[in-house]
Design a protein around this ligand. Structure first.
Ligand code: SD4
Length: 343
């Protein structure tokens, strides 16, 4: 009898393990990059208040813009070579495959709000620069200076450090030693080692899956410290910064956007999930593709599918061995900070 009981128990356990290979999943689900728990909670509240998955993504990311999450989202962070903060953001509706995005947005704090206006109030997908700001003002967004004492001090420090780190290459004077203005150098040398500051580089990327499996995703960032004016990263690029497809799931990326946007990691991850790959493996494969060409790149991807399973992956580099992200579903019942070991 005893033997029988143990035998049955073992089998029950085995069957459960088989049925729930990635933990028990529930919908709806909110998941976002980095430990930005207030953003997660805000997105969850939006859903509880009857908002759509798009509302949740917009409100969640907007919360980070207002909170200036980690100095990497919203106003007053990542001053460019001229000391100005400019913003990139996107939002995607996985039901209709509509996207709205802004790049190099100036003087407007709520970049993801403007991205949503691009999606809902134009037939376009991406507006950039000064004209995006004019569009935003026309749509009722307030124009204000994005500079803060903090961004002025980051910029001043950079000038005092002879404009280091610096994204220019093959120009004269030597950008690794001198400030500009720059002219083209006489020769094109090999590519420089990228000098990304992994501590000032935390874009919010968010995926929300509704109770019926509807998917929305979005991002918001102020990009990269000391970028060349006009630079737009991966965050507002469809399939790079994020991607959503309600037949499969969503993904969002963070890290060195100049490199990552060459591989459309969010698109790849969602396509893999569409063919049945589990979210963790899909995220890992996206990272692996980039690693082949840029083994030292800094970056991470989060993935979630329409059944509410999720995962994340990151590239291991010195100083970055674990990637934190936050999850909210009815089981966690509050923003749950998790992390994945980079590989
Ligand atoms: C960018 N990907 O503009 C953004 C920055 C970032 O985590 O993700 N930081 O390159």
């Amino acid at each position: 009898y005893c033997f029988c009981k143990t035998f049955v128990k073992m089998h029950m356990c085995f069957i459960l393990m088989f049925l729930l290979p990635f933990g028990h999943a529930t919908l709806p689900l909110v998941i976002n990059t980095w430990p930005f728990e207030h953003a997660t909670a805000t997105a969850w509240s939006a859903l509880q208040a009857g908002g759509s998955v798009l509302d949740a993504v917009e409100k969640g990311c907007a919360r980070c813009e207002a909170d200036q999450c980690d100095g990497s989202v919203g106003f007053g962070g990542s001053p460019d070579e001229r000391g100005e903060t400019t913003l990139d953001a996107m939002i995607m509706n996985g039901n209709t495959m509509e996207v709205g995005a802004v790049g190099d947005l100036r003087r407007i704090k709520n970049a993801i709000g403007v991205a949503r206006a691009v999606m809902e109030r134009t037939e376009h997908t991406l507006l950039v620069g000064e004209s995006a700001s004019v569009f935003a003002e026309n749509m009722g967004f307030t124009a204000e200076d994005l500079t803060t004492n903090k961004s002025i001090s980051i910029f001043t420090q950079w000038l005092n450090d002879k404009c280091q780190p610096n994204y220019r290459k093959n120009v004269s004077p030597d950008p690794s030693q001198y400030c500009g203005p720059y002219k083209p150098g006489a020769t094109l040398r090999q590519r420089r080692k990228r000098q990304i500051d992994i501590h000032a580089h935390d874009t919010i990327g968010m995926i929300v899956i509704g109770k019926d499996g509807q998917v929305a995703a979005g991002t918001s960032t102020n990009g990269a410290n000391h970028k060349v004016p006009g630079r737009i990263g991966d965050s507002p690029i469809t399939g790079a910064g994020s991607y959503a497809d309600s037949t499969a799931g969503g993904a969002a990326a963070t890290g060195d956007g100049d490199v990552m946007m060459r591989f459309l990691p969010s698109y790849l991850a969602v396509e893999l999930m569409k063919t049945g790959t589990d979210p963790s493996t899909a995220c890992k494969t996206s990272i692996s593709r980039i690693k082949i060409h840029y083994p030292g790149f800094f970056g991470a991807v989060i993935c979630a599918n329409t059944t509410g399973h999720y995962g994340a992956a990151c590239n291991k580099v010195p100083g970055f061995s674990k990637f934190p992200f936050v999850v909210y579903n009815s089981q966690t019942n509050s923003p749950l900070l998790q992390s994945v070991d980079c590989f």
